[in-house]
Design a protein around this ligand. Structure first.
Ligand code: ZN
Length: 144
């Protein structure tokens, strides 16, 4: 389970809305849960999409990735999620999404703006013993 505070959740959705018709991307950071506690997301950090076809793909701008990772480090936060939007598609990982170099990240969030109503889902990506890439949905709880 992932807890995300309302502000980080709203910031993420608002940013994805503003970037339409392009795909938006960014990070979610926060505090890692201890052995029994859930991870708690407290901040959304936007990262520019440098893809030459930004309405269809996303490719995070490397300088902004580095800046965001340093910012987390400085604030004692850890990377808890990778975010991107699907301006015209449901919030389901695409075959291309599964090839991300960030596969080991704790969570992958997809903000779908399909039909002008945001719907957001979080996933864990994994690779099976036979090499198949797969995903499972993670429950999200929005906190005040
Ligand atoms: Zn995608």
């Amino acid at each position: 389970m992932l807890l995300i505070n309302n502000r980080a959740y709203r910031d993420m959705i608002d940013y994805c809305m503003k970037q339409r018709p392009h795909e938006a991307c960014g990070f979610l950071s926060g505090y890692r849960g201890d052995c029994s506690g859930p991870n708690r997301i407290g901040r959304f950090i936007p990262v520019a999409n440098r893809s030459p076809r930004p309405e269809l793909h996303f490719d995070m701008e490397p300088h902004e990735v580095v800046r965001a990772l340093y910012e987390m480090e400085a604030d004692d936060l850890v990377l808890l999620g990778i975010v991107h939007s699907h301006p015209q598609a449901p919030p389901v990982p695409s075959a291309e999404d599964m090839l991300t170099p960030w596969r080991q990240a704790i969570s992958h969030w997809i903000v779908s703006l399909h039909g002008d109503v945001a719907s957001t889902k979080a996933y864990a990506y994994s690779k099976l013993d036979d090499g198949t890439l797969t995903w499972s949905e993670l429950p999200i709880v929005i906190t005040p």
